[in-house]
Design a protein around this ligand. Structure first.
Ligand code: SF4
Ligand code: SF4
Length: 128
């Protein structure tokens, strides 16, 4: 979800993962929460009303707004803002706060798993 900047905590620590070699696993979580403030920023980006942006980009679990998904050939579904070819976020500068903060610590569990599996299979591009 994020590569460099983000939370204050992250700013002060050197992270031990590299999103550039990952197909964006965290962007496939089914419940990616989005705040009204986040959706306002995205609406502004696309020059549309907030209500239109909510209708277009969000779903709800009854309590919260969540990002809608679309089909993805690697993980079946992914956030609708994930570019499924480049595996990058199409709204990176305006992505939700939760995406900026993730994974909120030095390590990313999926990245560690990905690297372990690639080494084990001797295939730098395999996706487990
Ligand atoms: S799963 Fe981890 S390594 Fe992959 S894009 Fe997300 S934060 Fe980056
Ligand atoms: S908004 Fe961007 S960073 Fe956040 S889940 Fe979607 S594609 Fe990933």
């Amino acid at each position: 979800m994020s590569t460099d900047e983000s939370s204050a905590t992250k700013k002060s620590m050197k992270v031990l993962y590299n999103c550039d070699v990952c197909p964006g696993y965290c962007c496939t979580y089914t419940e990616i929460g989005i705040s009204k403030h986040d959706i306002g920023r995205i609406a502004k980006r696309f020059k549309i009303d907030v209500d239109v942006a909510i209708e277009r980009y969000c779903k709800t679990d009854g309590k919260r707004l969540l990002l809608k998904h679309k089909r993805d050939k690697i993980y079946k579904t992914a956030c609708r803002f994930l570019d499924t070819k480049s595996r990058k976020c199409k709204i990176y500068e305006d992505r939700p706060k939760v995406c900026r903060a993730y994974p909120e610590e030095k390590r990313c569990g999926y990245y560690d798993f990905l690297m372990w599996e690639r080494e084990r299979q001797n295939d730098p591009e395999c996706i487990p």
